[in-house]
Design a binder for this molecule. Structure first.
Ligand SMILES: Nc1ncnc2c1ncn2[C@@H]1O[C@H](COP(=O)(O)OP(=O)(O)OP(=O)(O)O)[C@@H](O)[C@H]1O
Ligand SMILES: [Mg+2]
Length: 369
């Protein structure tokens, strides 16, 4: 595929790679080493991908190269490559059927891949690799909890499976329950939980084994706003403590709020990836200014149309829409030009391109089709 235009300077988003890459040397898997901090990792000062913050370069916790999976004639995952560093939240943003769950099932190691490589903390990973699986916490799209057990009983059950017993189990269970905000409901049966609470409990289960990589498959789909906020806050806290997070969603707002980098996925392909700022450059980095006027906006529109900085101008009833490069520094000029014609401006709104626009640009369709 061709590289989409990027009109801005600076770092460009990575678009789907077509060249082959070598696979790093395969050291023998070893058991996860002893950990000290909450998430089992040293704290990362600043986020490696956040612009304007101090950059900390670390080895990727997860590296996927050229992942492929077909179900019969259908190519569900078609040459997907990406990597995630500690403290980084990476979002796979795409609509139903894009290939998100198939991709992460291969990353988790519950689905055999047809091609490609996965390494976790530099070690080769796959369906039979228990040492690398031990570094992953996974919260699936479909919940797998025992509804007739309490939250605590579920956690103890899964703790036992992870080989976590006695005082260590008790401490860890208390920590994860606290983190997802369920301490006061821990003794309630799961069948009394709302969908959002059950999802939060599932995240707690995924954290029991102190993973280095937490994988969440659409954790907020169909949950109430309170649980949604609790989930997003927990993920943010975990990433701040050093976890690498892989997060799938088809909610643009979540990807924008939570993820340091986003991979736009559609029809099994990673169409582009980058920070929000990098990705919106793909759509030409045009801001939109919308002026709402008192009465007829014709005179104001005429004056605004003469400004050299204004690209496209459209008028509907009492609204004038202007496409400009960067809106903020232009606002005084725009307001002066409009009011200089004797027109009263009731409101000014600035809209910046979002990931929805990027998705439309890359795929020709809306994220919510
Ligand atoms: N076990 C399977 N057998 C056959 N086809 C499958 C199987 N699992 C997934 N698919 C197909 O593979 C494609 C990708 O599905 P996948 O579940 O990975 O998408 P997704 O992005 O997770 O979608 P959603 O947002 O609905 O969860 C879809 O066309 C789906 O129908
Ligand atoms: Mg899915």
């Amino acid at each position: 595929m061709t590289r989409p235009d990027s009109s801005g300077g600076g770092t460009e988003p990575t678009v789907r790679r077509t060249t082959s890459q070598s696979v790093p040397g395969a050291s023998q898997p070893t058991d996860a080493t002893e950990r000290t901090s909450w998430a089992g990792l040293p704290r990362v000062e600043g986020n490696p991908t956040n612009q304007g913050k101090e950059q900390v370069v670390t080895e990727p916790v997860l590296e996927c190269k050229h992942l492929r999976k077909a179900y019969g004639q259908l190519t569900a995952v078609d040459d997907i490559s990406f990597s995630i560093r500690e403290g980084e939240t990476y979002g796979l943003l795409g609509p139903n059927g894009a290939g998100k769950t198939t991709t992460i099932s291969m990353v988790v190691g519950i689905l055999a891949r047809d091609g490609g490589e996965v390494t976790v903390a530099g070690q080769p990973h796959g369906v039979n690799r228990t040492a690398t699986k031990a570094m992953i916490g996974y919260v699936p799209q479909d919940l797998a909890l025992y509804p007739d057990l309490t939250a605590l009983e579920n956690l103890r059950f899964f703790g036992n499976l992870y080989g976590l017993h006695g005082g260590a189990q008790k401490r860890r269970v208390a920590e994860v329950v606290e983190l997802v905000g369920l301490s006061d409901r821990a003794s309630d049966r799961v069948d009394k939980f709302s969908g959002g609470m059950a999802r939060r409990l599932h995240i707690a289960v995924g954290l029991l084994n102190q993973p280095r990589l937490l994988i969440l498959d659409e954790p907020t789909a169909g949950v109430d706003p309170q649980s949604r906020n609790a989930i997003l806050a927990s993920v943010q806290q975990l990433a701040e403590e050093g976890l690498a997070v892989l997060y799938t969603t088809h909610y643009m707002e979540e990807a924008e709020r939570l993820c340091d980098r986003v991979g736009i996925i559609d029809e099994g392909q990673l169409k582009a990836e980058g920070t929000r700022r990098e990705l919106v450059r793909l759509v030409g980095s045009q801001d939109e200014i919308v002026l709402t006027t008192e009465g007829d906006p014709a005179a104001a529109a005429d004056a605004l149309g003469k400004l050299p900085e204004v690209g496209t101008l459209t008028r509907e009833e009492s609204r004038i829409r202007l496409m400009v490069g960067e809106a903020a520094p232009l606002l005084p000029t725009v307001l002066a030009a409009a009011t200089g014609t004797g027109t009263t401006v009731r409101s000014v709104e600035v809209r910046q391109p979002n990931l929805e626009a990027v998705f439309l640009h890359l795929t020709g369709k809306a994220l919510r089709d």
